[in-house]
Design a protein around this ligand. Structure first.
Ligand code: PLP
Length: 424
């Protein structure tokens, strides 16, 4: 598939040109979407939990394992040098995908969670002292709360929160007073995994920088759905997971500005990250290896590179526009169901609809839909503070990707009507 470039509409979305997204051809690439599930065609509406993986990505990892594999960054063998080249090519693909200035700014991690822990432990321990403040938003995933709480507890620092309104939008009127002289860093989710809200991260970063405060952006739910340019955002740190991007599990990325990463101490110690080791003293190599102790997830990194190729082949702007229309359709159809309340009605949303049904627990909704072949997530979505703020114990969440269709939405609606019928 070749990338389709077109200008954006008045809302900033690229309109879909006829045939820009050949969803039937795309779906044919996904073995799991074409595997019978409870005797039916699977309707996978849980891409926010993990994206499905297309055959070219599976094939690329299979080929690497069969014909190219050994360890990287060690040994002079041709095999090792070629494996290292493939591994570093994947890093370069991530650099291009995020428009980072240098591939030295791309650190492999196991995922978003590990990337945030790396920053909290390495940058955080070096910079956060007793009485300092760490500012997070009210809609963070636990992955961007708990590592900071652990650091705050250790250091005697304080967690502060940017509030949100009932629609699920951050209230930014008081941001200037929330960022105090004690604020050391801001942790901000780009797209909420529960509410679908797209946060104005560029504006928040500009305000933070005006006060000399760096910002870590959790991009786990943004990179699969929109073009991200870390230089344009001016993000100090940006993190994401491969498995939400149609890549494999076990691989993720920490992007960090070189000037910040260079000053940060290593987090994990071991092989591959050292220049010299003696009983008296160890010295470390530079970026990015300083943060990559031990054997990395080579196959997965190469798989993530293939996933980026796959998405760029479709065109990330085309994906964004297609999913935007699908989300509008889903919102419209679900809103017609009596007793269904959508949780999260921000003006700018991506890819996610969370809802509750009057008198029916989300776990019951999820289980009945599952038997109907419709895969959704039910629960607190690793965001208990969001549940508390919205006054619900849990939600059912349908999340969309570029391989979903209006028929999938119709199946969801049919399933919900069935649930309502059962609970009468
Ligand atoms: N942040 C957000 C917004 C997420 O949606 C997720 C996963 O659901 C994470 C962080 C954690 O990602 P991982 O479990 O891949 O580390």
């Amino acid at each position: 598939m070749s990338e389709n470039k077109s200008s954006t509409d008045e809302h900033g979305w690229t309109p879909i040109k006829d045939g820009a997204l050949d969803v039937a051809a795309i779906r044919a690439d996904f073995p799991l979407l074409n595997t019978p599930f409870h005797g039916k065609q699977m309707v996978y509406l849980d891409s926010a939990v993990s994206g499905q993986v297309p055959q070219p990505v599976i094939d690329r990892m299979d080929h690497y394992q069969r014909f190219e594999h050994t360890n990287v960054h060690r040994g002079v063998s041709t095999l090792s040098q070629e494996a290292t080249d493939r591994f570093e090519e994947a890093r370069e693909k991530v650099r291009g995908f995020l428009n980072a200035a240098s591939s030295k700014e791309i650190i492999w991690t196991r995922g978003t969670t590990e990337a945030i822990n790396l920053v909290a432990q390495s940058w955080g321990r070096a910079n956060v002292q007793a009485g300092d403040e760490i500012l997070l938003s009210a809609m963070e995933h636990h992955a961007n709360i708990v590592p900071w709480q652990m650091l705050a507890q250790e250091r005697g620092a304080k967690i502060c929160v940017i509030p949100m309104n009932d629609a699920g939008e951050l209230i930014l009127d008081d941001l200037d007073t929330l960022i105090t002289p004690r604020t050391k860093i801001i942790g901000l989710i780009h797209v909420s995994n529960v509410l679908g809200t797209i946060n104005p991260v560029k504006e928040i970063i500009a305000k933070a920088h005006a006060k000399g405060v760096p910002v870590l952006v959790d991009g786990a739910q943004s990179v699969p759905h929109m073009t991200v340019d870390v230089q344009d955002l001016d993000a100090d740190f940006f993190v994401f997971s491969g498995h939400k991007l149609s890549g494999p599990t076990g691989i993720g990325v920490l992007y960090g500005k070189k000037a910040l990463l260079e000053k940060m101490p290593p987090w994990h110690g071991g092989g591959s990250m050292i220049l010299s080791v003696s009983w008296e003293k160890t010295t470390y190599i530079g970026l990015p290896g300083k943060f990559e102790a031990g054997t990395p997830a080579i196959t997965q990194a190469i798989g993530l590179g293939a996933a980026i190729d796959y998405l760029q082949g479709i065109g990330v702007d085309n994906i964004a526009a297609y999913e935007h229309e699908l989300l509008n359709y889903a919102t419209e159809q679900l809103s017609k169901i009596e007793g269904l309340r959508i949780i999260g009605n921000a003006r700018k949303k991506a890819s996610v609809v969370s809802f509750v049904l009057d008198g029916i627990h989300p776990h019951d909704v999820g289980s009945i839909l599952d038997h109907d072949g419709v895969v959704v997530r039910a629960g607190h979505h690793c965001a208990q503070p969001v549940m508390k703020r919205m006054g619900v114990p849990a939600t059912t969440r349908a999340s969309f990707a570029y391989y979903n269709t209006r028929e999938d939405v119709d199946a969801l609606v049919g399933g919900i009507l069935k649930v309502k019928g059962i609970f009468g």
